[in-house]
Design a protein around this ligand. Sequence first.
Ligand SMILES: NC(=O)c1ccc[n+]([C@@H]2O[C@H](COP(=O)([O-])OP(=O)(O)OC[C@H]3O[C@@H](n4cnc5c(N)ncnc54)[C@H](O)[C@@H]3O)[C@@H](O)[C@H]2O)c1
Length: 478
Amino acid sequence: MSVLRFAIAESNCLRLLEEQVNITVIGAGYVGLITAAGLAETGHRVICVDDDLGKIQLLNAGGMPFYEPGLENLVKRSRAAKRLEFIARIEDALAQGEVIFICVGTPPLENGEADLSSVELVARRISACARGYHLVIEKSTVPVQTGRRLQKHFSIYGDNSQAHYDIASNPEFLREGSGVEDFFHPDRIVVGVDSEKAAALLEEVYKPVLEQNFLCPIHENCGKRPHVPFVVTDINSAELIKHASNSFLSMKISFINMIADLCEAVGADAGKVAEAIGMDSRIGGSFLRPGIGFGGSCFPKDLQAFVRVGQSAGCDFTLLREVERINQRRIDLFVAKVRNELWVVRGKRIGVWGLAFKPRTDDVRSAPALAIIRRLAAEGAQVRAYDPHAMEKAKAQIPEIEYCADAYAAAEGADAVLALTEWDEFLRLDLKKVRQIMARPLIFDGRNMFSCAAMAEHGFEYVDIGSASEARKQVLGR
Ligand SMILES: NC(=O)c1ccc[n+]([C@@H]2O[C@H](COP(=O)([O-])OP(=O)(O)OC[C@H]3O[C@@H](n4cnc5c(N)ncnc54)[C@H](O)[C@@H]3O)[C@@H](O)[C@H]2O)c1
């Protein structure tokens, strides 16, 4: 750790840093790249490693491997200030980085367990070349007791005469689409450690963020915010906190979707029900919007992995199995609604607004939109889709449908439009124009992003999630 004790002033950022830490971040994906760029912005010296050479070449050429608001500027600035560099070989980074964040993917295996092979491969590479002291931090989402496995790994494979390790868990809670903001203004930072040295080093790494002591690169006039809670616990608990948090949020979504189905069946308004439930401060309003369910690279896989963890520990995790089942049924129910209104799907032209699993990202991993498109295309629909940022990634998965230049082109001549990701730009569309260019003005709103009244005013047939069926019939004029 080199001691700086002066103010760094360069290219519109100013921070007061006491300690600059040399950090290696392994994995330049959504988590790794945001972490690397964020830590560099707060003044540390960061080397980000990825074994995808194409990604490293792209980053070194000034390109971005994915879309995340605010990230490109951050990367550019830290590279120019020589606080951030990208390389392909772990061996070349370790000589400098005493703190190592592992941010590689942990996708699901066929049985739902997390595939830890990338984490293990990184550990093998570290143990093959590390010298001196290293704090190895799991930031990837991993099942409880992975830290213990890593400790054992290093005690077996590490050259203990040359290298010493501490292991820590530092689960990541950022949300794609607001990942940069979440890095600088997190709700909390959780670290699981088993030594005071590891806790102190992590506190040093996060000091500017914990103290909110940096010139905010995203908000003008950000002002002084309160210190961020620093939760220090044991490694098992930190690992478990991440899985439990994602499972709880998934449970909220499936809960409100279950209620939305009841609202449709009995003639109640799920939007109002959700709004009023959320006003209870013990419950909170977020993650209570009825829709086509959760997707993305985290919730579905973390939920599955957590169910497996619970099962192998002999605990009853049926609750979370139901959360998963309710979510999977969202796609069936939505497709059934489309089928019901269109009568015959084969040959119908269906416009799709939104492909990403949520707005402000290009990530289509486990996106509900793709699952719905696959089903309707398999039934013979002509699908024409548009998304502001996710079309390239969607094309790689579903090349057989047509991709359009904008939302109007997707709606043109359509027998129905499905709104599947709640991008702001869809809320700014000229609905009068949309109404005119569609063959049948029928909108299925899988995210409840439009208002029933506005749709009725523009003469649309409008099907949302969880509306009182009587109210919907009125809008449909039946
Ligand atoms: N994406 C999110 O919103 C999010 C949020 C919180 C936690 N997480 C967790 O963080 C982890 C990473 O997620 P992500 O979305 O960033 O994944 P990602 O797929 O976008 O990125 C992973 C990166 O790791 C690289 N990689 C894989 N094996 C490697 C190796 N042996 N050496 C060097 N690089 C290697 C890949 O090339 C890829 O660039 C996962 O465990 C995920 O569950 C993700």
